[in-house]
Design a protein. Structure first.
Lengths: 171, 289
């Protein structure tokens, strides 16, 4: 059931990501919806679940764009492993953790993808352009990650994968 | 426990290596399968989004009528609402008629496609269309609108096609300024911070560098075999001579609005017996080599 909920979240996230426009004034940054979901599962699932989510999200992102198959899987898996490594150090339910990790992970993934795509000769974007895009994606990631966390929690709750709010209002 | 973690990571690494090293045909099929599986959902969401925009437009009209409703009888308000709906429908009918006229008078067979979405990563300037190989589309076909050329098909699956837009740096078009008979290459330059598509044209005729001027119409030259000739691309702006002083270069203001595309046409092939003429309006006086 947990797997089905994850798949549903990923399919919805991928559709949303494909629908949302790139922000030209942020260097063509695309809202990192799928990455935010990877972060969510990095903090709420065991390592195998997170890696499965990262691979599935990567495959979806690569298939829905022009990125060679596997590039996003690699970047998402690295971001997920990095987030999971700090799982014990942060309060995953705090907005500030989600904002900081969302922004940093988005920046990391954008820079990594830039390096991979540039190395493969798939894009001709200058480093300055990539830096602007990285900062833009970091900003969008910071803003979007808490929202995606709430949406994913809401979805899990609706589908019975998570108990209702406790008295302290914790998620 | 530690062994299990290590084993898991090695397994994940191996899977990743396999994915990264899949033969192009296999990875293309995998991508095609996922894209085709997503196409109905994307179509649904894109249609819902279009409907939502139309409803929003209507709602704006309704909200302006609300103030009037306070002063006028409900019956009049209903009539106005009906009227605004009819106006919207009329506008839509005119738009569709315009598209239909364009399609039926074009010298080439055009395949009408709806836009499903844009590149989900933001690294490329691409569009996804709702038709693919099943509708006779293939890579390298030109894609246009009544206003002008927008790009070419990059890849197709059975039910979708990805279009590389003119503004993408990887999109290069052999072009011609028909008035001055000056040939050149139009290449994408990305998108400006304002979201406008940016293209530039580098001219290849040394003797024509002073002949071109701002506002000149740029059309496809037909050279190179990808784009049919005489499709309108846009107009020249900021014409200047390059650093060597030998060649001219200019910005190109793209005729089609690449940011607001709902329906586009793929130029499939020539109609039998049709004269070669301007397919994209209105590249008057265009002439190729």
């Amino acid at each position: 059931m947990k797997l089905l909920v994850m798949l549903l979240a990923l399919v919805t996230g991928a559709t949303l990501q494909a629908l949302l426009p790139a922000w030209a004034w942020l260097g063509g940054a695309q809202p990192p919806v799928l990455l935010a979901l990877v972060l969510f599962y990095a903090w709420t699932s065991p390592r195998a679940g997170m890696l499965g989510c990262a691979f599935a999200a990567g495959l979806l992102q690569d298939a829905l764009g022009q990125v060679p198959l596997g590039f996003s899987c690699f970047c998402f898996a690295l971001a997920g492993l990095w987030a999971q490594r700090h799982r014990e150090d942060v309060d995953e339910q705090a907005y500030i953790s989600q904002i900081v990790f969302g922004g940093l992970a988005a920046a990391l993934v954008t820079l990594l993808l830039y390096a991979l795509l540039r190395h493969a000769g798939a894009i001709t974007l200058s480093f300055g352009g990539a830096l602007r895009k990285t900062l833009g994606t970091a900003l969008l990631g910071a803003l979007l990650t808490p929202v995606m966390f709430r949406m994913a929690i809401g979805l899990e709750r609706r589908l019975g994968e998570r108990p209702a709010l406790d008295h302290g209002g914790r998620l | 426990m530690r062994d299990r973690t290590l084993f898991g990571l090695i397994l994940a690494g191996l899977i990743l290596l396999v994915i990264l090293n899949l033969p192009e045909s296999v990875s293309g099929r995998v991508k095609g399968f996922i894209r085709d599986a997503f196409a109905p959902l994307q179509d649904l969401v894109a249609s819902a989004s279009r409907q939502g925009q139309e409803t929003l437009k209507l709602a704006r009209g309704v909200s302006s009528l609300t103030a009037e409703n306070q002063r006028m009888a409900g019956a009049i308000a209903q009539l106005r609402l009906r009227q605004s709906e009819l106006e919207r429908l009329e506008e839509e009918t005119l738009k569709l008629k315009h598209l239909l006229d364009y399609r039926s008078h074009a010298p080439r067979r055009l395949v009408t496609c709806a836009v499903l979405g844009r590149d989900a990563t933001g690294w490329w300037q691409t569009l996804r269309l709702d038709k693919g190989a099943d509708s006779g589309l293939r890579a390298e076909l030109a894609v246009t609108t009544p206003e002008g050329l927008i790009g070419r098909i990059l890849t197709t699956t059975a039910r979708t096609s990805d279009v590389l837009l003119l503004s993408d740096p990887k999109c290069k078009v052999s072009a011609l300024v028909s008035r001055a008979q000056a040939f050149g290459i139009v290449a994408g330059n990305g998108v400006t911070p304002q979201g406008l598509p940016s293209c530039r044209m580098d001219f290849i005729n040394v003797d024509r560098r002073h002949a071109v001027q701002n506002g000149d119409e740029v059309v496809t030259s037909g050279l190179g075999g990808v784009f049919p000739r005489d499709l309108l691309i846009g107009r020249l702006d900021n014409v200047k001579t390059n650093e060597s002083g030998l060649y001219a270069e200019a910005d190109v203001v793209v005729a089609a609005d690449l940011g607001a595309l709902e329906y586009v046409f793929v130029v499939a092939d020539e109609r039998p017996g049709a004269p070669t003429a301007t397919a994209a309006a209105p590249a008057a006086g265009a002439a190729g080599p």
